[in-house]
Design a protein around this ligand. Structure first.
Ligand code: E4P
Length: 217
């Protein structure tokens, strides 16, 4: 499973890229707001940190304006994936922009049928929001599993990009059911390495090593 970083924080993305944890990045208007940066400037800096896709989201709601915004965002760097909302206007824009050879991430997906129509419209990525579904007592990981089955049944090549990841368990769940990508906030990626038995085991080894009185270097 690929890891995208769900953030517009350049410093955090750079740190994770140095660890080899960044196969791409996703942003959205809320993350741009949180960054306090100009969308073009911050997106260009992010695109320079990874060769993978960097999703940048349109804010227009009608097809023609979405296409115009998508082309403008795509002009920032060759690795931009244009993020479009899962509406009929968004899907019309998806067909135009993918027809031009651009990557499109169809976002705000909350049902298997939405994922089906996005794939038929040629989306490069579909972004089901699993955390927001869990928030309202639905089964976010179950949706990823359903989409995996449907896409595999018919050979759709749209990549399943599990989004709205809130916990380390979400990462395990979406990996288990076959998401192609998980877009994960930096703080959750950092938590993936933690295990109390690792900490306890390391402390014991270091204590015992000190008692040997030896040095490796
Ligand atoms: C990423 O593509 C999505 O916009 C993001 O994962 C949404 O996450 P949230 O539900 O925590 O805002």
């Amino acid at each position: 499973m690929k890891f995208f970083v769900d953030s517009a924080d350049v410093a955090q993305i750079r740190e994770l890229a140095e660890l080899g944890m960044v196969d791409g990045v996703t942003t959205n208007p809320s993350l741009i707001l949180k960054s306090g940066r100009d969308i073009r400037e911050v997106t260009a800096e992010i695109c320079a940190l990874t060769a993978g896709p960097v999703s940048a989201e349109v804010v227009a709601t009608e097809t023609a304006a979405m296409v115009a915004e998508g082309r403008r965002l795509a002009s920032i760097a060759p690795n931009i994936a244009i993020k479009l909302p899962l509406t009929w206007d968004g899907l019309r824009a998806c067909r135009v922009l993918t027809g031009e050879g651009r990557m499109v991430n169809v976002t705000l997906c909350f049902s298997a049928n939405q994922a089906l129509v996005a794939a038929k419209a040629g989306a490069t990525f579909i972004s089901p929001f699993i955390g927001r579904l869990d928030d309202i007592n639905h089964d976010g990981a179950g949706l990823i599993a359903d989409i995996r089955t449907i896409y595999d049944n018919y050979g759709f090549r749209t990549q399943i990009l599990a989004a709205s990841i809130r916990t380390v368990n979400h990462v395990t769940e979406v990996a288990r059911v076959g998401a192609d990508v998980a877009t994960v906030p930096p703080e959750i990626i950092r938590k993936l390495v933690h295990h109390p038995l690792t900490d306890a085991g390391l402390a014991t080894f270091l204590k015992d090593w000190a008692r040997t009185g030896q040095k490796i270097l």
